[in-house]
Write a protein that binds this ligand. Structure first.
Ligand code: 13P
Length: 289
């Protein structure tokens, strides 16, 4: 029988081994298929992330956990797989803890640091009682909302230490990274801040959000400075979208049975899988299962 694992051990191994495990966001059934096949074929550990919005779209945390496990059993997936809440509210985190997830992120970055610490502590207590790993966040990670791109903040290393001391399993700390596409005038990752955070947090695995579109040299440097988990969503979604667009542009839908959903999404799955393998190769996690 397939089972999900906490992300704690896989990230401790990555931190010690100087590579990073990829976190890929689930948005539909097709993404589950693409990412699990990619991990199995390359013997790579993997973290599947689910945002609150995605959880609503896909039928809630319990449905997603059972679907992922069902698929793992069906396809004999035996590499380590963590099913993780991405940017969860306090309610999302507690909900997922009770509904089959093996890892949760509580994103308290919008709260004051004091409130963030209180809420994170409670999530840690409830998650650890069930062997579930916890990611916390300090320093908001920017991104595009309503056409306006907010530049990523840098986290305060002292605040990182305070949250690390709560016994969390890994920490997302802003270092100038943002979600979505990077603007042309993006200044790049702030490695001085990353270095300062690492000095305060010791061997705690660090998480880099906004992994789409960061140049390979910056990814490699971030890993060398202690990043052990890298989140990717946008590049996989764009790859899916482009594949389906091409399908229609080539009028494949007009060929025999070309209008069926299974045919339309086949190329989208293949493209998401290709991007996933490309990223895992860059992160150095191939063969680490
Ligand atoms: P991107 O969409 O920029 O790849 O970021 C993903 C992410 O950080 C999810 O938490």
């Amino acid at each position: 029988m397939a089972y999900l694992v906490s992300a704690k051990e896989m990230l401790q191994k990555a931190e010690a081994g100087h590579y990073a495990v990829g976190h890929f966001n689930l948005n539909n059934m097709e993404s589950i298929v693409a990412f699990l096949e990619a991990a199995q074929e390359t013997h790579s550990p993997i973290i599947l992330g689910v945002s609150g919005g995605s959880a609503k779209y896909m039928g809630g945390y319990r449905t997603i956990a059972e679907t992922v496990l069902g698929f793992m059993n069906y396809k004999n997936i035996n590499v380590p797989v963590a099913l993780h809440v991405d940017h969860g509210s306090y309610e999302d985190a507690l909900n997922a803890i009770e509904n089959g997830f093996s890892s949760v992120m509580f994103d308290g970055s919008a709260y004051s640091i004091e409130d963030n610490l209180v809420k994170t502590k409670e999530v840690v207590k409830r998650a650890h009682a069930k062997g579930i790993s916890v990611e916390a966040e300090v320093g908001a990670i920017g991104g595009e909302e309503d056409g306006i791109i907010a530049m990523g903040e840098c986290a305060d290393p002292q605040e990182c230490k305070k949250i690390a001391d709560l016994g969390i399993d890994f920490l997302a700390a802003g270092i100038g990274n943002i979600h979505g596409k990077y603007p042309a005038n993006w200044a790049g990752l702030n490695f001085d801040v990353l270095d300062a955070i690492k000095k305060q947090t010791g061997d705690l695995p660090l998480v880099l959000h906004g992994g789409s579109g960061i140049p390979e040299d910056q990814i490699k440097k971030a890993i060398s400075l202690g990043v052990s988990k890298i989140n990717v969503n946008t590049e996989c979604q764009v790859a899916f979208s482009e594949a389906v667009k091409k399908y229609y542009a080539e009028h494949k839908d007009e060929e025999s049975k070309g209008y069926t959903q299974r045919e339309i999404f086949k190329t989208g799955i293949a493209e998401m899988k290709r991007v996933c393998i490309e990223k895992m190769t860059m992160f150095g996690s191939l063969g680490k299962a």
